[in-house]
Write a protein that binds this ligand. Sequence first.
Ligand code: PLP
Length: 428
Amino acid sequence: MNESTSMQSGAATAMPVPMTVTTVTRKTFDAVMVPVYAPSAVVPVRGAGMEVWDQDGKRYLDFTAGIAVTSLGHAHPAVVEALCVQAKTLWHLSNGFTNEPVLRLATALTQATFAERVFFCNSGAEANEAAFKLARKYASNKFGPAKSRIISCTNSFHGRTLFTVSVGGQPKYTEGFGPLPQQIEHIPYNDIEAARAAMGDDVCALVVEPVQGEGGVVPASKEYLQALRELCDQHNALLIFDEVQCGMGRTGTLFAYMGYGVTPDILSSAKALGNGYPIGAMLTTAAIAASFSVGTHGTTYGGNPMAATVALKVLEIIQAPEFLARVRQAAVKLTAMLHLIISDYPQVFSLVRGSGLMLGMVLSEQYRGRAKDITRATEAEGLMLLIAGPDVLRWLPALIVSDAQIEEAERLLRRALDVFLAVPVTAL
Ligand SMILES: *Cc1c(COP(=O)(O)O)cnc(C)c1O
């Protein structure tokens, strides 16, 4: 048998086909990815703290935190350490077994919040999906199947599963996906009278973001959340707070509801909970959780040891009173800086709104629809920023942002705005 024959026959000699070594660039995205995103021309390859570097070695100051996800910054040493230790210990078990990290995390979350029970999943959409299903089940068990209506707000965002986009208040996200889940009604945000008018005994839940994120960075008023609490109590409906974006320290308290002093029946968390490691959580009371029983809901990866270990470390760091005090201090500094920018560029921006380190600059009439162009200009100067719709520039820095970094962001933003304004609108 010559060598080539033996290569082709025996299993023992079968060679793995080597992966072709390819250079990947932003162009590769269009060639191999389902086109649901339009990412920047820049491909980041490494991050540390508030900084990110791209394929060309260019440095960026990151004031996006991956849409309020990497709230402790990139590659936070204590989180990396916790993850690496767990990676060498235990990755995954089926839900036929529980594990120590998830039990510690659930205990810590119940100690830190109103909640007595926690369900873990892998994303914000799944946390909301669990919340909506639980609300329907609870109402069905207790009051019968007719109590199924869910009230939500226009411009709200709750995720991309069919149920969560349907509850979300942005019709563009449900177009073409029908038939949609039924008995979902939308009311204008921060409008107490509209909530009063919509409420009824057939409502099982009212869901609201204490601070709307995707909808343009709009905080709820305290009176609004208080009124929703009262309306829900009067009609035996559950109040659900979607804190996927505004929770985990973002507004200067561990969860935004704490700052408002209004307690929900169910709270969803994700994004910053894992600082970039996928995890979501639905928090609720023991009485409501009891409507779910063995087999009524579940997910393979929910509460796996890796994600739970990371989230426990993140929670420990963020819930420290000194950490949250610093978030509030940084928020004062950043807000003041944004107000200064507005007064220096009144032609571009009309107002600043938001809460804590979740801030939006609303574009003036003249520059409506140009938010993306401004983030492109800041990116060219080395500052990563987000938009919240076409008319709002969104600021979501990691919660570890320093005063010096806020000052650097101001310098980069001013340079970007000067470049942006140098291009006459008519030339576009
Ligand atoms: C991002 C977000 C979600 C969805 O979270 P995913 O992890 O993308 O599923 C839900 N609600 C709010 C308020 C969000 O900002």
